[in-house]
Design a protein around this ligand. Structure first.
Ligand code: ADP
Ligand code: MG
Length: 567
């Protein structure tokens, strides 16, 4: 392998030459403690910055195996190292100067969730640490400024590595706390499954966020405290006894007046499928990790979904056992969402009336009398919610402030009262019993079929010029087609969308053969990533610096919204 001195000599040679001369730096160089990889060199100073990696052998990095052997601890450690490294390079970004992106030093910036990312990877066996980052190779105009790049590669970067990627440079107690939190979160997840819980919200949790644009905890918020009747306790391996509200499997309704904190609770539950960092306020809000938020999504594309349990006998005669729409309505989109969630293996549906289609959710008694069953194609969710649980084991947590009809269906009714949950199950049920219920007139439940196979035009994926771009959290641009992901609300990081782009590309080349079902294709993707990590699906010469692992559920969501797929 070439040495750091080789790189220095090379840089001296290309100084002041045209910018493309930087291309020669591509390669790996031993810097003693680590290997510097110049994996991709940008074409000019205004283009996307160059991709650089830093690799430390486990022996050199020196982290204790107990910090990275187990997956959940390893992901927490990677996240911690990435944040430390990110803080260090912040001090140096653009300290080397020049035109365009000269001097930029960037690495992905995690938010409140802890995700597995390509930016920092620790090997489970060896403890090797790899960081993938971007550096803007400096130029004056369009000529190489080797002196400034030497500042970065021989000064700034070694300093950052020394201070943030070595065990001995980091506070051991903080590393341990970080791993311990991951243990406790993991422990709760496992125990919840054993005990039939779908959600746990610890007493003392802070659920509301600072603002619509900040995901930090709100200051001065009312801390969560469980009603006694719903309280459960976990004896955590590190933190010890922790009490909070447990939501059991079944149908749970969150009621309460407007502005009393219903949606805030549901949003925290939605995010609880991910672990959160210490200090977030939601570090002990844990949700069964297959739970899926379902909402109305006017205008989305739906392909070959059997929504007949909710919608049948459409006036236009459309088949709802294999429903297609390029422009679904609120109710059909939400119906498709539920059936797709079943296909994706969700254990719980999370629904907020604020973002639901009313006609999908309820059909009130007066309406039932006036408009007869055979003139109404929609069998509302309320008529299926119990069957979904009893026949399919699919739980529902539903925010409903305006429709008391769900009182009759819910196993548990929580009222949010000035941000405090109150268990009103018995009271609400008694009140509901005093109203005469006009029995459901819904036709009987039939399990939907999930046999649809997935096919796509191979030419799209084999085309060298295939362009995949991510548009924030809003969607993925595939050549000229947008996959609209705006309403897939449990995607929390644009890096997850980047990864979805790669997953699609991989699946397009290898899995969409017209014989595999959607489930089989998604399972193959998940299996591959579990076995071989994000690298497995990227294919290129180097690992992209900005990928974060999406859940299986969001992979389904992406396939379901891609209009170019034949289903
Ligand atoms: P709902 O869905 O019941 O109408 P929201 O959940 O939207 O109510 O909450 C209304 C407002 O109250 C939001 O601005 C939210 O930030 C704030 N809020 C929610 N929970 C708390 C809390 N625990 N402490 C303080 N403010 C809160
Ligand atoms: Mg609300």
């Amino acid at each position: 392998m070439k040495s750091a001195e080789d790189l220095r000599a090379l840089l001296d040679r290309i100084d002041r030459r045209g910018y493309p001369a930087y291309k020669d730096t591509k390669g790996a160089y031993s810097f003693g403690k680590y290997i510097l990889g110049i994996d991709h060199v940008q074409g000019d100073p205004f283009a996307a910055p160059s991709k650089v990696s830093v690799r430390l052998a486990g022996k050199t990095a020196g982290f204790l195996p107990e910090l990275y052997k187990e997956k959940h601890r390893r992901i927490a450690m990677q996240d911690y190292l990435l944040r430390q490294f990110g803080k260090r390079i912040e001090d140096y970004s653009f300290k080397a100067r020049g035109s365009g992106k000269s001097g930029l030093m960037g690495v992905s910036r995690p938010g409140q969730e802890i995700l597995e990312r390509s930016a920092c990877l620790v090997d489970a066996e060896t403890g090797d640490v790899a960081v993938h980052m971007e550096i803007g190779f400096p130029a004056n105009g369009r000529t190489v400024n080797a002196g400034e790049l030497k500042k970065i590669l021989f000064g700034f970067l070694p300093e950052c590595v020394e201070k943030s990627l070595l065990y001995k440079s980091l506070p051991a107690d903080k590393l341990k706390e970080n791993a311990d939190l991951a243990d406790d979160q993991h422990f709760i997840r496992e125990k919840m499954t054993e005990e039939g819980l779908v959600v746990f919200v610890a007493n003392g949790a802070i659920l509301p966020r600072q603002s619509g644009v900040s995901d930090k905890p709100m200051k001065g918020a009312v801390a969560f405290s469980s009603p006694e009747s719903l309280e459960v306790a976990f004896d955590l391996p590190h933190k010890g006894m922790l009490k909070g509200m447990g939501i059991r499997k079944g149908v749970t309704m969150i009621a309460g007046g407007g502005y009393h904190g219903k949606s805030t609770l549901l949003e925290a539950i939605e995010r609880g499928v991910y672990n959160h960092i210490a200090g977030d306020g939601r570090e002990y809000v844990i949700t069964q990790d297959t739970a899926m938020k379902i909402r109305a999504e006017d205008g989305r594309s739906v392909k070959n979904v059997d929504i007949s349990m909710f919608i049948r006998d459409l006036p236009n005669g459309k088949d709802t056992k294999a429903f297609y729409s390029e422009d679904a309505s609120g109710s059909t989109s939400q119906a498709a969402g539920v059936v797709e969630a079943m296909e994706a293996g969700a254990g719980a549906l999370l629904i907020d009336e604020d973002t639901s289609a009313t006609n999908f959710m309820i059909r009130d008694e007066l309406m039932q009398r006036v408009v007869s069953r055979n003139k109404e194609p929609i069998i509302p969710f309320i008529d299926r919610v119990r069957e979904l649980y009893e026949k399919e084991g699919l739980s529902t947590i539903l925010v409903a402030g305006s429709s008391g009809s769900y009182f009759r269906k819910a196993d548990c009714i929580i009222q949010m009262d000035c941000y405090r949950p109150v268990d009103i199950t018995d009271f609400a049920r008694e009140e509901a019993a005093r109203f005469p219920a006009s029995g459901s007139d819904a036709p009987s439940y039939v399990r939907p079929s999930f046999a649809r196979c997935v096919k796509s035009d191979k030419a799209v994926w084999e085309n060298e010029r295939l362009k995949i771009k991510t548009m924030g959290l809003d969607g993925i641009l595939l050549n000229k087609e947008t996959i609209d992901m705006r309403y897939v609300e449990q995607l929390v990081d644009t890096e997850q969308l980047n990864a979805l782009g790669y997953l699609l590309k991989y699946a397009g080349a290898h899995l969409f053969d017209g014989r595999k079902t959607v489930r089989e294709a998604a399972d193959a993707l998940v299996g591959l990533m579990e076995e071989k990590g994000l690298e497995a699906v990227c294919g290129g010469a180097y690992l992209p610096v900005n990928l974060a692992m999406p859940r299986r559920q969001e992979i389904f969501a992406c396939l379901n919204r891609y209009r170019g797929l034949k289903l």
